[in-house]
Design a protein around this ligand. Sequence first.
Ligand SMILES: *Cc1c(COP(=O)(O)O)cnc(C)c1O
Length: 399
Amino acid sequence: MHDDTHPADAWGLDTRAIRTGHHRTGEQEHGEPIFPTSSFVYESAAEAARKFGGDEPGNVYSRFTNPTVQTFERRLAALEDGARCVATSSGMSAILATALALLEAGDEIVASRSLFGSTVSLFDKYLGKFGITTRYVELSNLEAWQAAITPATKLMFAETPSNPLSEVADIAELADLAHGHGAWLAIDNCFLTPALQQPLALGADLVIHSATKYLDGQGRAVGGAVVGPDTLLEEVFGVVRTCGPCLSPFNAWIFTKGLETLGLRMKAHCANARQLADWLEAHPAVERVHYSGLASHPQHALAARQQRDFGAVLGVEVIGGREGAWSVIDATRMLSITGNLGDVKTTITHPGTTTHGRLSDDQKAAAGIREGLIRVAVGLEDLADIQADLARGLDALVR
Ligand SMILES: *Cc1c(COP(=O)(O)O)cnc(C)c1O
């Protein structure tokens, strides 16, 4: 029987990305449909009562049951090899929904120091208001994680590899540590996506996504998701259902179609990034390239073991400090000067004055954000054109 409604466990990643999640309707459509509807109608009062009461499965209201959103959720769950996925309106609301679902006043989070800036604000400024405190540790230092854990620790949270310096944490070790202390481990898998890293298979309890980045891959929409076991995801679902940070059907459809080319795009992103990293590392205006795909990276072996490839975000330290970095950025004519990443378009930014601009000088020093650091999120343009755009400013620095 032809049945593409159930993810076949034996299927490879690309097949899952293309073939899972869609429950075909009576219209016999080939492509995945969009259901732009807020509510659903019933044959009778009795059917409505059964649907609302949960006695009968089915759609009720698009804050928590929309077929287009569910297609995306099933497909991403299949890719992460998770039992269940809940989609959210953004990556930030995925993290918020996870925290609201799992934590209460008095609980503690231990998190890596190099986190997305808004995640730090969410933890400190907003969760802090409700009596949840967060301790930050060096991502790759297992002893530091261990030392920060207390009996109140409920959640460990990390991004690996980190942005923009590509530090790597051993997910299996972090998971063992968390579970030994009765805590959960959540991994923000934004930078590698399930095409390159599957944290659940390594022992993590939850995977967080900003779908805004590579899952879409073309910079079209904002969204997020949480993936993990049924027990935990039922709690996350409850938060989204009640508090309302739900994904729109239009955006869910964009992400669903984005996933179809995820494997292909990530291969191409990584190939461009690897070659660009080699070229940059050899350029006389470049002091250091931070990329876990380079043999010079201190955790290259761990990254090679844990990841299928190394992603496409490069930290590039140039000579001349901030002035040097800004001159390289300003000499580009094609690259997009923006803080976003995960797009077919290559982006370039100066972390010290943009994404990490709110950190104090001490915090920047602790996080390794130097004045000469540039972040390049490598896109899918021709490598020669990306190189030529960067060479203009880099060559001028050594002339
Ligand atoms: C962008 C990003 C987020 C937040 O996602 P939004 O979709 O912008 O809300 C969270 N984590 C990481 C690593 C990100 O890059």
